[in-house]
Design a protein around this ligand. Structure first.
Ligand code: F0G
Length: 473
């Protein structure tokens, strides 16, 4: 490798390396996930985390100003995979807030000042995904991609669609039919992405889009899901901002919802790099919270004892679990539609993060998610259901006395309150507006920019035909 950044297979027994200019989402030798790695010795020394703070007050004008303004690129020395600053695609993401949530903390028996909520819903598209998209779009621009695509439970598609429109690339999003909160669907349509509603769930959509990106190269589709390791480079910055807001004193715990496990993986990488660079002393513990109806990680880790094991984790245990899911035709099901995923692609990286951060997993029921979502709204800024799984998880960990009242806890509020207003209205009134919506008589849209979703079976040829016939060009 010539530059300071390269891609590397995460399987220590393989360790194959690739240039950052290559577009691959799995090791071509062994099929494992990839990391972005840096030869820190070839890069300027970072003399301390305080170095980044002078960028806070920038006005966001000019190349440097725009990068300093971004809550992701403010930390660009910690994700230096790009070749020139001019290439970086940024829309002012990552200017988010760490709230000292004493009112909510009191409800959970936490001492004053000990519960903090990191509101990633304050990003431009309303979720943490913008942190990752800015990095992956930068890579897409580096390699000259014109079409970008993802499978999504809603937020990835909203973020992709916004970035695609602003970066002038063609966005294609795959969503499971009936599986997406209306706020998120409305964003993908509004930002002009081709929206394919596949008759299936998220896991089906992801399998398809991976197949299309790899097996149909002539379509030139660049994959934006979190199997793309560049996405995770951007998501590391969530931890940098938390640390910065805490004056670089690590909290005791980070609690995050677990879906496709991109965030947890990115957080583990962020902390192991900060430690390696000598920039922090203590790594916080990580708790990853699943919804009961989509609990693959917790099932494998907490109940069956799956561990990273320095990379030699029990692959057969995972395969057997997935085979059993297939056999019973299991479909994940939770009110937290954002994390309704039963085959999390970043599972190996999340196992590694659990090892790095002395982490643990747990699961919470839909009822617990709904009650704690309402509490975050009543005593905080509000969040969407998946994000509230963290607070419901904290309640459990307090009851088990795994977390003491004087420990400092940061819950990651991954998505905005308004993403899933139906859930909120239903909670307060009992009226299910999403059902009412489906029953309303259909009308042809007449708006000049109307962008209707395209409904299609989960069938490769049918999907390819829709993409080829689309008026995207
Ligand atoms: N919270 C929200 C609001 C999300 O949208 C997601 C994932 C997660 C948590 C889980 O994060 O995948 O890093 O473990 N949403 C993806 C999507 C899957 O398509 O929008 P993860």
């Amino acid at each position: 490798m010539t530059g300071p950044a390269f891609q590397q297979c995460i399987n220590p027994a393989c360790g194959a390396t690739y240039d950052v200019g290559q577009v691959i989402v799995a090791c071509t030798r062994c099929g494992s996930l990839l990391d972005i790695k840096y030869d820190w010795g070839k890069l300027p020394t970072i003399k301390g985390m305080g170095f980044f703070e002078h960028r806070w007050s920038t006005k966001g004008v000019g190349v440097e100003g725009r990068l300093d303004f971004s809550g992701v690129w403010r930390f660009r020395e910690l994700l230096p995979f790009y070749r020139s600053e001019e290439q970086i695609v940024t829309i002012g993401e990552g200017r988010t807030v760490l709230q000292q949530a004493d009112l909510l903390g009191r409800q959970l028996g936490m001492a004053e000042g000990k519960l903090l909520l990191q509101y990633e819903g304050l990003n431009p598209s309303g979720s943490f995904k913008d942190n990752g998209m800015t990095a992956a779009f930068t890579h897409a621009r580096m390699v000259g991609a014109k079409k970008v695509a993802c499978a999504s439970t809603g937020n990835t598609s909203a973020s992709l669609a916004m970035f695609a429109s602003l970066a002038q690339m063609q966005g294609i999003v795959f969503i499971g039919s009936g599986k997406i909160a209306l706020g998120k669907l409305s964003q993908a349509l509004d930002y002009g992405a081709m929206t394919l509603q596949i008759r299936g769930d998220f896991d089906d959509c992801l399998r398809r889009i991976r197949q299309i990106a790899v097996d149909v190269p002539e379509l030139g589709i660049y994959l934006m899901n979190s199997v793309n390791p560049f996405r995770l480079e951007g998501q590391k910055s969530i931890m940098y901002r938390v640390m910065e807001a805490m004056d670089w004193q690590s909290p005791d715990w980070i609690i995050v919802p677990g879906g496709n496990l991109g965030n947890s993986s990115a957080f583990g990488k962020a902390f192991s790099e900060l430690k390696e660079l000598g920039l922090i002393k203590k790594i916080p513990r990580l708790a990853i919270v699943n919804a009961t109806g989509a609990n693959t990680l917790n099932e494998l880790v907490s109940r069956r004892g799956l561990k990273w094991n320095d990379g030699a984790f029990d692959v057969t245990m995972v395969q057997k679990h997935y085979a059993a899911l297939d056999e019973s035709n299991y479909r994940p099901h939770t009110v937290a539609s954002a994390i309704e995923i039963s085959r999390p692609v970043n599972l190996p990286k999340a196992l590694r993060a659990l090892a790095v951060m002395n982490g643990m997993t747990l699961e919470v029921s839909d009822e617990e998610i709904l009650e704690h979502r309402a509490m975050v709204a009543r005593w905080g800024f509000g969040c969407e259901p998946a994000s509230a799984a963290t607070v419901a998880g904290l309640r459990k960990l307090r009851e088990l006395q795994t977390i003491g009242k004087d420990e400092t806890v940061v819950c990651i509020m991954t998505g905005h309150e308004l993403k899933d207003a139906n859930v909120t209205v239903k909670y307060h009134t009992g009226v299910d507006l999403s059902a009412a919506q489906e029953m309303a008589p259909r009308k042809e849209p007449t708006g000049r920019l109307a962008n209707r979703p395209v409904v299609v079976d989960d069938d490769l040829d049918a999907i390819l035909e829709k993409i080829r016939n689309s008026k995207l060009e």
